[in-house]
Design a protein around this ligand. Structure first.
Ligand code: PAZ
Length: 347
C-alpha cells in the first residue's frame, strides 16, 4: 500500500473513531485551560518552547457505567520524571496523564514505596507541630523550590485522562491548540496507550453479570465453567500517531514517541518500523524489565543510539535515564535531531 493510501485510511479510521465514541466530560474545560496556557507563554515569553508530555496507562472500560476495565502496568514514572527535566530546561509542560498516576515533583513522596508520612516527624517541643525529618530536608527543599518555581511561573499544566478514548480526544485537541507555536512545540509520548478497545456501540451499559439471570452475580453460578466464561471481543484502536504527525500537530514541531517491548530481539526493529511508518522524529525504545536503566534512540538518519545508566548509578527512581532523555530536548533546537555519542553518564 502506498504511504498516501496509508495516511488516508488512517485518517478515515481516526475520524470514524471520534464520531462513534463519546468525548470526555472534561474536554471543554481542559481545552480552555490549555488555550490560556499556550497563549500566556506565547505572549509573555515568545521563545519559550512547550512540550506535551503524555504519561501513564489508558484504561479500556468493559461497561459504560464502568465497574470493570482493562488496564496496563504503567505508573507514569517516565512521564513525571521527564516532565521535571523539561521544566529544568526551561520548557513549559502540558502534562497529559492518567488520573492518580505519578506527577512531577510530588512523585518523590507519593505512592506506596514513598509514603509522604515516612518523611515527617512530630515536633520535639510542645508546639504540636510537624516537621520534615532532618535526613530528608535537603532533597525536599530542592524539590520544593523547583515545584514552587514551576507553579509561580505557570510552567506546568496538569490534565488528567482515564480511558483510551479520553486520551485520544485530549491528544487531538491539545495538538491542534499548539498550532500557533509551530516548531517550538514538542510532543513526548510516553503514555502506554492501549492498542485494543471496545467500541461504544458494542459496550454493555451496566455491570456485566456472571449469571444469565443477572442477579447476585458474585455468589456462584449454575452453568458449567465454560458457559460462565466472559469472552471479550476487542477492536484495534486506529493508529493515531500517523494522524498526529500528518494533520493534528503543528508543522515543524518535534515528535518523540516511545516503543515498549518485552522481547529484546524485536525492540530495535519495531522502533525503526514505527519511525518509517509514521515519519516523525525520534522513537525511544525500551524493554519492560530494563526500562529504568536502558533506552535506545532511533532517529530518522538511521541512528541507533543506546543510553545506559551504569550499574553503580542506578536507583529506584529513574535517576539518570531521564536526564539522558533530556538529550532529546537539547536537540529540539537543532531540529531535526541529531544524537551523537555512546553511553552517557549522569552529570
Ligand atoms: O510509566 P512507566 O514509567 O512505568 O513506564 C514507561 C513506559 C514504558 C510506559 C514508556 O517508557 C513507554 O515505552 N511508553 C510507550 C509504550 C508503548 O505504547 O509502546
Amino acid at each position: 500500500m502506498s504511504p498516501h493510501k496509508t495516511t488516508e485510511s488512517s485518517k478515515d479510521a481516526a475520524a470514524e473513531y471520534f464520531e462513534k465514541n463519546p468525548s470526555p466530560k472534561a474536554l471543554n474545560s481542559h481545552q480552555a485551560l490549555a488555550r490560556e496556557f499556550i497563549q500566556y507563554h506565547a505572549e509573555t515569553s515568545p521563545d519559550r518552547r512547550i512540550v506535551l508530555v503524555t504519561s501513564g496507562g489508558t484504561t479500556v472500560p468493559l461497561e459504560n457505567q464502568t465497574v470493570r476495565f482493562i488496564d496496563n502496568f504503567s505508573a507514569g514514572t517516565r512521564g513525571a520524571t521527564s516532565a521535571e527535566y523539561f521544566l529544568k530546561q526551561g520548557y513549559a509542560v502540558i502534562f497529559l496523564h492518567r488520573q492518580f498516576s505519578l506527577l512531577p515533583y510530588s512523585r518523590h513522596y507519593s505512592h506506596s514505596t514513598n509514603c509522604f508520612l515516612d518523611f515527617m516527624d512530630e515536633h520535639q517541643d510542645d508546639e504540636g507541630g510537624v516537621v520534615v525529618r532532618k535526613e530528608y530536608q535537603e532533597k525536599m527543599r530542592r524539590v520544593l523550590e523547583e515545584y514552587h518555581y514551576a507553579k509561580q511561573n505557570r510552567l506546568l499544566l496538569l490534565l488528567p485522562f482515564v480511558t483510551v478514548t479520553d486520551y485520544l480526544f485530549e491528544l487531538r485537541a491539545l495538538a491542534t491548540l499548539m498550532h500557533p507555536i509551530g516548531s517550538r512545540a514538542m510532543f513526548y509520548l510516553a503514555a502506554a496507550v492501549s492498542d485494543f478497545f471496545i467500541p461504544r456501540e458494542r459496550m454493555d451499559e451496566h455491570k456485566i453479570q456472571s449469571r444469565d439471570n443477572g442477579a447476585d452475580g458474585e455468589t456462584g453460578g449454575q452453568g458449567s465453567g465454560a458457559s460462565r466464561q466472559l469472552v471479550i471481543n476487542l477492536d484495534p484502536v486506529p493508529k493515531f500517531l500517523n494522524t498526529l504527525v500528518q494533520s493534528w500537530a503543528p508543522k515543524g514541531s518535534m515528535i518523540v514517541s516511545f516503543k515498549l517491548e518485552t522481547n529484546p530481539d524485536l525492540l530495535v526493529a519495531k522502533a525503526e518500523q514505527a519511525l518509517e511508518r509514521y515519519h516523525h522524529d525520534v522513537v525511544i525504545g525500551n524493554l519492560l524489565t530494563t526500562r529504568k536503566w536502558e533506552v535506545v534512540f532511533i532517529t530518522r538518519d538511521g541512528g541507533e543510539h543506546w543510553v545506559r545508566v551504569p550499574k553503580t548509578r542506578r536507583s529506584k527512581s529513574f535517576s539518570g535515564i531521564e536526564k539522558m532523555i533530556g538529550l532529546a530536548e537539547r536537540k529540539h533546537e537543532q531540529h531535526p535531531i541529531d544524537l551523537e555519542g555512546g553511553t552517557v553518564t549522569e552529570g
